[in-house]
Write a protein that binds this ligand. Sequence first.
Ligand code: ATP
Ligand code: MG
Length: 331
Amino acid sequence: MKRILTGDRPTGRLHLGHLVGSLQNRVRLQDEYEQFVMIADVQALTDNFADPQKVRDNVREVALDYMAVGIDPNKTTILIQSLIPEIAELTVYYLNLVTLERVLRNPTVKDEIKQKGYGKNIPVGFAMYPVSQAADITFCRANLVPVGEDQIPMIEQTREIVRKFNSLYGEVLVEPEALIGKIKRLPGTDGGTKMSKSLGNCIYLADSKDEATRKVMNMYTDPNRIHPTDPGKVEGNPVFVYHEAFNPNKDEVQDFEKRYRSGKVGDVEVKKRLAVVLNELLEPMRQRRSKYEENLGEIDRILKEGTARAKKAAEETMSLVRKAMKIDYFS
Ligand code: ATP
Ligand code: MG
């Protein structure tokens, strides 16, 4: 069976961007692939090292979100990154195969450095997280990585490391491919290019009905449209991106778009309908989540068992790596 590896940073609860970017593919593919889903606490600490409690608390929150969307722990192995020391070991060896110039050229890292205002004081751990991510993907020799578009540079970096490793030491690692979700990059409720936990522009999967509705009603639309009778812009308007992503009634979406363009429908009507659509999507998730919230012992058991399974896969890869790199002393 081919393998999937993907994951999330425990920096907050999961949101609609995660759903269309990656979670839907994970739920769809968990029967066909041997799937590993990682809660990337080590990576979360690269830019949250001063707030370990936040990272710790969000490990469980993310696990609850997995249960909410229908990731099945009997089919998918859910693991905590820091409990697999082989990943840290691989990272150290991979760092030899990458130049400083190359990691800093990564466009996603560049954006994030700007967004976080690091200036010239970039923590080394943060700058090299794409290398650590190559270790995440390869510890189980994954074939496929379901992710959002912002992760393409990470997969490319991983593929380069794999090729370099294999050409130097022999064919041990697997070159992974990215699988992008239905929507490559869901914009934020503020109209920003990406819904992101760090930007505070998210509708969370666990938001209550009132919260989700309030966020939709406050969404950014077309700033140049003052009256409902003004012709409006649909392209790049997040309300319409969300309708296209989440409204199963395609005729209704087309009708809204037509009327919006010609100034025959107001923002309020389009938003009200979007709120209903989203709440219909989120309601079963909220219910599944609350079932597990009452039984956190079960979540801990799932994480513990998944991590133990992943550890076995990591040990297998590590022993091949050690042999290939001639550091398999005494074996
Ligand atoms: P942070 O702000 O802490 O980086 P994040 O919201 O970017 O959080 P991650 O944990 O970094 O979330 O991303 C997990 C996965 O979800 C990745 O595969 C990423 O590409 C995908 N993803 C995150 N946000 C979006 C989005 N807005 N649209 C599509 N995919 C997304
Ligand atoms: Mg991110």
